[in-house]
Design a binder for this molecule. Sequence first.
Ligand code: NDP
Length: 449
Amino acid sequence: MAEYDYDLFVIGAGSGGVRAARVSAAYGAKVAIAEEHKVGGTCVIRGCVPKKLLVYGAHFAEDLKDARKFGWKLDGEPDFDWATLRDNVLSEVERINGAYTDTLNSHDVEIFHERATVSGPNEITLASGDTKTAKYILIATGAWPHVPEFPGSEHVVTSNEVFHLEELPRRVVIAGAGYIANEFAGIFNKLGSRVTLVNRSDVILRQYDHSIRDRLLQIATTKGIEFCFHAEFESIEKQDDGSLLVKVTNHEPREADLVLVATGRVPNTDGLGLDSAGVELDEDGAIKVDEYSKTNIDSIYAVGDVTNRVQLTPVAIREGHAFADTVFNGKPTTVDYDCIPSAVFSHPPLAGVGMTESEARNTLGSIKVYQSDFRAMKNVLAERNERALYKMITDADTDRIVGLHMIGPDAPEILQAAAVAVKAGLSKSDFDNVVALHPTMAEELVLLR
Ligand code: NDP
């Protein structure tokens, strides 16, 4: 008789958990996974994937307008139907949910479609009351939207609900000025809603380079998105006509049909029973782990947003894979957190890798900054007065590129390729040595002065 029911029991079938389960099973481990919602987790079900599809959908508003400048005759004003976009996006989510489930099934990973909690260092209790034992437990329960407390906060939605709206709201107030706030501001603005973004400070996308942030703020304002800074939520009142009266500090009250709160995500550790196994959490409720994702309990590991290291899907996937390599393939593997590229799918999108200008200045002292501030060819013909900005930061002593930041059409697509060079430690002269690929936007990268 085996000592445990499973070699590995994973709690949470999101990006990190699914990768860990699949790869561990491929290494020969007997694996089970529990998921109380849908297989796929935040990214697939209520995050990156449906969001990106909405971004595509919203972008047609500009494309259809610009098409006329390129000779296309479109009779009358284009008509947009929210329900069609929403339902097509949700059915694509269902398809991917099925694909993830198939992957787990084909690797003989047993799936429990119910909530699971930890009830000991090697024991899991399922919502049905059954208990299971495992040599190792992996917590991959992700994070959950944080909603500040104020009177009327029950009237808000978060990124969990926003993909399911019955109707496209006419007026949207968004709380926060980070990733989700700026991405949905762009989506709703393009789809025709009046958007107001409310933030406690006057900084949007704090972790990005200031020039890129400033450019987004300027373009978004020009597109009609309103920004209320130094504003904290005071109250939301539901009015007789169903609309919401939103009161924030330092600004006039405003009416809205939807209030979306995007003020960060907190590690999903509440009620997981981690105390019963003695698993240590940090002051934000995140599970504390070492460089191999191991908690203070030898049999319990954690990966992804629940550890609050870097809240990005590809990082969770790497952590899940490294866990499987370490524990089930005898190959201790850590994740390299240096030079992780990231992007915001705002309108237009922005992306960055490495240090911002101020980080580089503070860390290295002597730096050089190269910029290209240009209007994409397509925007020129379309008479769209929207400029892209590319910015490269180098160590002045070595010429090595330490940061690359951009905003403009397809910036995330371009930056992903360029990030390989930055991560590899290439210098500005390596970029200069490459002949430009003309006419592209990306050629600006090898023509920076
Ligand atoms: P972010 O951390 O990006 O931004 C949070 C925003 O909310 C900031 O503007 C912050 O203000 C404000 N804020 C934070 N706490 C409070 C509070 N207690 N009260 C009022 N305002 C507050 O969070 P998001 O919710 O937008 O996204 C969560 C995470 O999801 C991101 O960190 C990111 O890792 C991930 N994500 C990634 C995406 C991508 O890769 N494209 C897309 C969407 C999400 P201030 O800065 O002024 O302090």
